[in-house]
Ligand binder design. Structure first.
Ligand SMILES: Nc1ncnc2c1ncn2[C@@H]1O[C@H](COP(=O)(O)OP(=O)(O)OP(=O)(O)O)[C@@H](O)[C@H]1O
Length: 313
């Protein structure tokens, strides 16, 4: 049999079993409204990669896996991640994206907005609102299971985020587009002081950080995000109308967590873990409050560049 006929015959047999879109999706990234996620895989990723964030881990695992497995969610999933710099908010968004789309943050169905980069000028706010709406509408029309990440919410001009309010609400469809399968993740430092106060109280009273419960944080978090003039949520109808499903606190990281981040980085660069260097790099970081030196000022953010100093390759 000549190769072309054989190929055609094979394709014919295959398409008999697998429809064209499914066949195509074996080889390329696809958006499917049924796009699923393995709860076990997400849990494994969070357990092995995210340090010191027992609250965030639990909320995110339940929220994301519950939402994805629901065939008919009533509204899109909206997560608002809050906490000190370098504590893992972007990192977790990346983990979520990777567990839903192989391409992770580079997937065509995952969109990242950075307030200071994409919406820098307050004078253009009306234009930004229009652009944001049509961007979201266009992307959700193309893929219902789109993921939108808004970084630096606290630097976003008050009011801009309200432009997307209709998309986060309980509508079956708006102008023929349904937003109910989309995921919106908002990242901000708003509320970080309040979270730190709670963590510090626990530390000072000799309690384990893992004893901190969501209810110790949640209310204060939504109120402080709402009241903080520097937060993009300020007077936002997203909070007013309860459109945020989960406020997720990220705790400030301690010395031991920095060491964990450094070890991971050493391994990913192909080095054997050298505990002496791990301690030296961790000790170079600055900690607060000044007297007790409990939490890292920059979380795990700058440990990687400090590591460069010890390896000159
Ligand atoms: N809790 C954590 N567990 C493991 N690694 C972490 C954690 N927090 C931060 N890291 C590491 O530090 C890097 C920087 O953290 P990330 O960008 O997620 O911080 P962030 O909370 O988003 O900070 P910012 O508020 O400044 O945007 C991550 O890419 C990750 O490698």
């Amino acid at each position: 049999v000549e190769p072309i006929s054989l190929g055609l015959a094979l394709a014919g047999v295959l398409t008999g079993y697998i429809s064209y879109p499914r066949l195509y999706c074996l080889f390329a990234e696809c958006c499917s409204p049924k796009r699923s996620l393995s709860r076990e895989a997400l849990q494994k990723d969070l357990d092995s990669k995210l340090f010191g964030q027992h609250l965030a881990k639990k909320v995110i695992l339940n929220a994301v896996s519950g939402f994805i497995s629901n065939p008919k969610p009533k509204k899109p999933l909206t997560l608002s991640l809050h906490g000190w710099t370098g504590t893992g908010k972007n990192f977790v968004s990346k983990i979520i994206a990777e567990n839903i789309y192989e391409g992770g943050l580079n997937s065509d169905y995952v969109h990242l907005f950075v307030a200071t980069l994409h919406f820098p000028h307050i004078s253009n706010i009306t234009l930004y609102k229009d652009q944001l709406q049509s961007w979201i509408r266009g992307n959700v029309s193309a893929c219902a299971r789109s993921i939108f990440i808004f970084d630096e919410m606290d630097k976003m001009h008050a009011g801009l985020i309200d432009a997307i309010k209709p998309y986060l609400d309980y509508y079956d469809n708006l102008d023929g587009v349904s937003y109910q399968k989309a995921i919106f993740i908002f990242l901000s430092n708003a509320g970080a002081e309040r979270i730190t106060d709670v963590a510090l109280d626990f530390w000072r009273s000799g309690k384990q950080r893992e004893e901190i419960k969501l209810k110790d944080m949640e209310h204060a978090l939504s109120v402080s995000a709402f009241n903080n003039k520097n937060s993009g949520f300020w007077h936002s109808s997203l909070i007013d109308r309860n459109l945020i499903d989960y406020f997720v606190p990220f705790l400030p990281l301690e010395y031991k967590h920095l060491k964990m981040c450094i070890r991971v980085e050493m391994q990913s660069r192909g080095y054997k873990v050298d505990e002496d260097i791990v301690s030296r790099v961790a000790e170079e970081m600055t900690f607060f409050p000044k007297e007790e030196r409990v939490f890292s000022d920059k979380g795990c953010k700058t440990v990687f560049t400090k590591l460069d100093y010890y390896y000159d390759d």
